[in-house]
Design a protein around this ligand. Sequence first.
Ligand SMILES: [Zn+2]
Length: 159
Amino acid sequence: MTRRISQGRKATYYIGGIIMVIGALMFFSTFVTFAMHFGDFDNFEDNARSNAIRAFGGMSLLILGGIIMGVGRRGLAGSGAVLDPKQAREDLEPYSRIAGGMIKDALDESGISLGSAGRPGSEAVAERVVERVVMIKCPACAKLNEEDSKFCQECGDKL
Ligand SMILES: [Zn+2]
């Protein structure tokens, strides 16, 4: 299982970002050239067409870059580009792990330990909880005995 976001996905994310920057520059350059050629009616149609192409191209690049960044961030399956729920879960794993970790931290702080199903160690946690509920501590030697036992297993003291 991949515990980290792969280099490929990071690269995809940055490429998407670069495309977005290029798109933004292209889009805003139309305002600059529009201002520069303002009142230039000789090449008005050419300028207008060039502006329209750049405005449209810039916007397309912005959208495309945004999509590529999303794919890089969440992975192909995680972003829904590829329909693969199993892979999606793996792609989104760093995010769900962070969310789960934050919940776990909050619970740890409040003194509640919660073993999630399927995670190693959850059985041990459950056993400890059961132990605390069912066992009683010997007043003499502090050995844990079963709740219904009358004498301590360790020292024979009356419970
Ligand atoms: Zn005892």
